[in-house]
Ligand binder design. Structure first.
Ligand SMILES: [Zn+2]
Length: 463
């Protein structure tokens, strides 16, 4: 059997994809989009080497960097069943439709420029039709039950605590009368995060592919981050300022929404105007509420006690651009959650432009900010920024809240690995920048006496 690394390797964090081939079967595990700059995005092709007919695609979770190249498979005619948990199927459909819309809009903008330059138009990476074709192939699988996905290949999905429906996957591959176990961690969530259940590690593997996004450090404890969040909200409400939260539509938006409901219920803050200014985040929240079976005990109790809506009567859901624009007229205090999460596009830009220059404004950074993003400039303390070609002074207070991350820190990664370590697997570290991978490899060597391989893109691993 051989496994080709076709994404999220060589220091690259996005584009997750693994191509598993045996004598009788070929299976792809994840098929993510490369994101975060031109160099990465140039890699967005169907996974190389996938020539023969695919038997199946297995998805760990719905995030774009794990699903975003599925429409490219459809475009190439590589139609195969795509297996995922029911919640992941709903998230994947939401995310792929949005991605296809963005691809089309980007292509249109590029082509207007090309036309002015007398150059022929370029096609978008994929169209809504390709996304729909991929969505049609999605097939639900339960957690913790072996499913035959290809000749001689069974797969088991187990909770990974990273986003709604997320999973690690164990493959049981039979070849020449022997069964080999290969485990893909997928993205692992922090154990202390609310809403979702904790990850359930596998206990056996011949080979394990482990994510290493935060392999080099731990986040600030979640409870401390919540305390800071409460303080910032209370202060802004008192000073009648606006709180702007650039947020990714899936995951962070739901976490913050539930925290705000908790604050109101526990009377930590009196109800004040809040806006979920993102149609996609609104849709993702509905998917969360349809899958309460995936909530942890505390969240199950919290929503059973009283619906979130009862605490959040002051929260307005803004679907149209008009609704979004009206937030300008709201005199503080209020809280606005809007995309994009890295302030590189979307409705948040327009709220930042209107409010960054006011000292009573607070900006809460709750997710990863890439190097070239406006969000990173704010985190680094820029005094003046440019938004839509206009100079805007930054008088607002900017708070970075790393404790809200959806990824396990180093301690939790090692905790997950400790269940599987006694089976002495070969270890492959992916989905991390070089420094994070190197530090985690050293830790695994020290604690478990196991060497790790840090593959490059295109590496082929034989088993
Ligand atoms: Zn993810």
């Amino acid at each position: 059997m051989k496994i080709t690394i076709v994404g999220a390797a060589g220091g690259e964090v996005t584009g997750s994809a693994y191509y598993v081939q045996t004598k009788q079967a070929s299976v792809l595990v994840d098929c993510g989009l490369f994101q975060g700059g031109r160099k990465s995005e140039a890699l967005n092709r169907p996974p190389t080497g996938v020539k023969q007919k695919l038997d199946a695609v297995l998805i760990t979770h719905g995030h774009l960097d794990h699903t975003g190249r599925l429409p490219l498979l459809a475009r190439r005619g590589h139609m195969a069943p795509i297996y995922a948990t029911p919640a992941t199927i709903e998230m994947t459909a939401l995310i792929l439709r949005d991605s296809a819309r963005i691809q089309a809009a980007d292509a249109e903008r590029r082509n207007r420029k090309r036309q002015r330059a007398g150059e022929p138009p370029q096609e978008p990476l994929y169209t809504p039709e390709h996304a729909e074709a991929a969505i049609q192939c999605l097939k639900p699988v339960p957690y913790q039950q072996p499913v035959t996905v290809a000749p001689g290949v069974q797969a088991i999905w187990a909770e990974s605590g990273h986003m709604l429906g997320s999973a690690s996957i164990q493959l049981l591959v039979e070849e020449g009368g022997k069964t080999k176990r290969i485990v893909f961690s997928g993205d692992l969530g922090p154990r202390s995060a609310p809403i979702l259940k904790e990850f359930e590690p596998f206990s056996q593997a011949d080979m394990v592919f482990l994510e290493s996004t935060y392999g080099d450090h731990d986040h600030r404890p979640f409870a401390e981050t919540v305390e800071e969040f409460v303080r910032v909200v209370q202060d802004a409400v008192e000073r009648r300022g606006k709180i702007l939260v650039p947020t990714f539509a899936v995951g962070r938006a739901q976490l913050l929404t539930s925290l705000l409901a908790w604050m109101v219920r526990k009377k930590k803050v009196r109800p004040f105007p809040m806006f979920l200014d993102s149609p996609m985040a609104i849709e993702a929240t509905n998917i969360y509420l349809r899958h309460r079976e995936l909530f942890d005990e505390a969240m199950t109790k919290f929503v059973a006690e009283k619906p979130l809506r009862a605490d959040l009567k002051a929260m307005k859901l803004c679907v149209s651009a008009e609704d979004s624009m009206k937030i300008n007229d709201v005199a503080g205090p209020c809280l606005v959650m809007a995309g994009a999460g890295m302030c590189n596009a979307g409705r948040i830009l327009h709220h930042l432009k209107q409010n960054l220059w006011k000292p009573e404004t607070h900006v809460l950074i709750v997710g990863y900010q890439s190097h070239e993003s406006l969000g990173r400039r704010l985190v680094e303390g820029a005094k003046v920024v440019s938004i839509h070609g206009e100079k805007v002074a930054v008088a607002a207070e900017v708070h970075t809240m790393g404790g809200f991350s959806a990824h396990a820190g180093q301690t939790d990664l090692l905790k997950w690995f400790s269940s599987i370590a006694p089976s002495k697997p070969r270890v492959v570290l992916t989905h991390g920048e070089d420094k994070a991978r190197a530090v985690l490899a050293k830790k695994i060597q020290q604690q478990f006496k196991l060497p790790s391989r840090l593959p490059k893109m295109g590496d082929v691993i034989e088993l």
